[in-house]
Design a protein around this ligand. Structure first.
Ligand SMILES: [Zn+2]
Length: 368
């Protein structure tokens, strides 16, 4: 008998922010929460977010350093922020903005071993919640993602701030959040793991909440139903990734999104809009395998997308002039070795992706 104790550790789960505060006007409480970490905070925000939230930092004992406004999570912005942190030595980082700004703030906080508070200014993503950052190249194309060691220390969801964002951002968030079901139900396979089953079932509940409440919510910003949909896109979508961990990862819908970012014509469309279209592509790929359930799921989504204004086709994504060569390029990128598309339970070729991309709105086959 050996004396060595073998510890079989399962992967660490970063499930949720340590504290989640929600409410209309809740942001006014942020400075006092930040003081627990020290007296100096570095605020990383987008141009618009800086303007919307500036008044909250006017009368406070905190010393606030405002980083120059950023729009993207790029290596250049991370290097710029690292310099500011080296010089200013803040006690805490505050990220205020959309997904790309929050990803930047989370990643630089992780690299600098500093606590992080996130403040989403739109309902467009669950980035304020998750322990993940996506990094993009200077050309706007997706470059790589980084898994962080934990979710944010503080997350402030101020509905008044989110309600002031363009309506389209919440619509996009709905597209990103609903992907959780279509992707996690595939990536989890036939897992019998308690946490994975729970996450996938939560993703189904999330989908149903969005089907039921999205149209009403979009028509009535800052209403009770609107707040529930914001909770679904900003919080529940993040919780699913946290509980499910690596088994509830992105699949083809996000792989198609990532590939689409390589086309500059798509830079005017939002993350969740491209992901929503990517779900339709994923379902087409499943249909090619003879999966009839995928056909009815796709038609259910087409109706939903039309109702709330999500793109259903390349033309809706502003790609009506896209060339065959460009489509071939995207399809090849989507099928690169490290692509999430390979989490599908069957192999996928670039030509199948291309065929799926151009047929997202194809009608139901007529049954006799
Ligand atoms: Zn996403």
């Amino acid at each position: 008998m050996s004396d060595t104790i073998v510890v079989e550790a399962l992967p660490i789960l970063a499930i949720a922010p340590a504290q989640l505060l929600r409410g209309n006007g809740i942001l006014s409480q942020l400075p006092q929460y930040l003081l627990r970490y020290g007296h100096k905070a570095l605020v990383i925000a987008g141009e618009n977010a800086n303007r919307v939230t500036a008044s909250y930092f006017e009368t406070t004992d905190l010393e606030i350093i405002h980083a120059p406004a950023i729009a993207d999570c790029t290596d250049a912005n991370l290097a710029m922020l690292r310099q500011i942190i080296d010089q200013e030595k803040p006690n805490v980082i505050v990220g205020i903005g959309g997904g790309k700004v929050l990803d930047t703030a989370k990643l630089i906080a992780y690299q600098s071993k500093l606590p992080i508070a996130t403040v989403p200014t739109t309902g467009a993503t669950c980035a304020a919640w998750t322990a993940l950052s996506n990094v993009y190249g200077a050309d706007g194309a997706f470059a790589y993602d980084v898994t962080l060691n934990r979710c944010p220390d503080l997350m402030f969801v101020d509905y008044d701030v989110i309600a002031s964002a363009p309506k389209r951002t919440l619509v996009s968030g709905i597209g990103d959040a609903i992907a959780k079901w279509y992707e996690s139900s595939v990536s989890s396979g036939s897992s019998d793991k308690t946490m994975v089953i729970a996450a996938v079932q939560e993703a189904r509940i999330l989908r149903d909440i969005l089907f039921q409440k999205s149209a009403d919510a979009i028509a009535n910003p800052n209403s009770p139903v609107w707040r529930e949909v914001v909770d679904a896109t900003v919080c529940l979508a993040g919780a699913i990734g946290g509980i499910g961990g690596a088994s509830c990862r992105t699949v083809a819908a996000h792989a198609v999104h990532n590939a689409l970012t390589h086309l500059h014509q798509t830079h005017g469309t939002l993350h969740g809009e491209k992901v929503a279209y990517g779900i339709l592509v994923q379902l087409r790929l499943e249909e090619f395998q003879g999966n009839q359930l995928a056909t009815s799921s796709r038609h259910q989504l087409l109706k939903f997308y039309q109702e709330i204004g999500l793109p259903t086709s390349l033309a809706d994504l502003g790609l009506s002039q896209v060339t065959l060569a460009e489509l071939e390029q995207i399809s090849a990128i989507a099928c690169q070795l490290n692509s999430d598309i390979h989490r599908l339970p069957f192999s996928v070729s670039p030509s199948q992706v291309l065929a799926a991309m151009v047929s997202t709105t194809s009608p139901m086959p007529v049954t006799v």
